[in-house]
Write a protein that binds this ligand. Sequence first.
Ligand SMILES: *Cc1c(COP(=O)(O)O)cnc(C)c1O
Length: 361
Amino acid sequence: MSQLVIDLGKITANTRAVVDSCRSRGLEVWGVTKALLGCPRVGAAMLRGGVAGLADSRLANIERLHQTLGPAAMMLLRLPSPSQAQQTVALAAVSLNSEPATLDLLDRAAREGGGTHRVILMVDLGDRREGVLPADVEGLAGDVAHRRSLELVGIGANFACYGGVMPSPDNLTELVDLARQVRRVTGLELPVVSGGNSSSMRLVEEGTMPEGVTQLRVGEAILLGREPSTGRPVIGADADAFRLAVEVIEVKRRPSLPRGQTARDAFGREPRFEDRGERLRALGALGMQDLGAGSISPEAPGVEVLGASSDHLILDVTETGSAVRVGDHLWFRPNYGALLALATCPHVERHYLGDAPGMGR
Ligand SMILES: *Cc1c(COP(=O)(O)O)cnc(C)c1O
């Protein structure tokens, strides 16, 4: 069986590295757990590393984190679904928002629950996923400021998710300026200026993060020790907190070219092949079902991933220095997409290193 090995000590150390870099620039870090279905062990590892709270895009994950970790502060990253306004208020201390109708429901739910709900307004600074356009921030902020059971704590932006737009001193200065403007018109303190995800770490490390940005929401940089849009390593972070062991179920020499008339493969793609003669091939017990849209890189030199069908990983092992045998496990590093799929796949066993006591399942 394939196994995902999760080193919690490395996740804590990576968190600490990110938190320290950010703290020296005046930023707090929220640890993002969505790639792991809100895994409480990973959440706990991030909390040990010093994050201000945990952030996830799904309420079910936040609920799971609460069940094990108690009342740690949780942020809902995806805009709340109107149908889940009540649960949002009950489970998340703070949520990211842009829709007046949803804010209305959150306000009502918070009032009914006898409390208040904290809100960060999202601004679209060019990546074109969520958020109001800069010109509309002031209006919406004024609207939220008047609601009795909502507490407007800040504004935020997201980058490098849909449009591939990188955070920059320019667009983040725009965010800081917008926050200043909102403070002026609402009279609120607005302590939170949430300047993006892992892709913003580059600015922190280069010392170009504009003053006045106070928060980042960080997943990949902590989990994989990499800055996602460029693949650059994060300073002080380890890249192998997650390792995947794939069991080999066949090893045989075979021609590199198919024989017979070819059409589309199992996923509707038209495969192309290069004639490299006869090669030593291994099949791994892992496939598209486990990997989703992600990819994995072999740790051992000479192992090459040729492709995958739903349940098989097709490897060229001709150039490996040592023999590969049936029953061996080959090691890989997942990228973020693969991690997301592997963590949700019931066929992949998870093995934790460096767990804290009392964590349950
Ligand atoms: C997923 C997400 C993040 C974290 O992204 P990473 O690249 O993993 O750091 C931050 N903010 C929002 C709104 C997200 O959806």
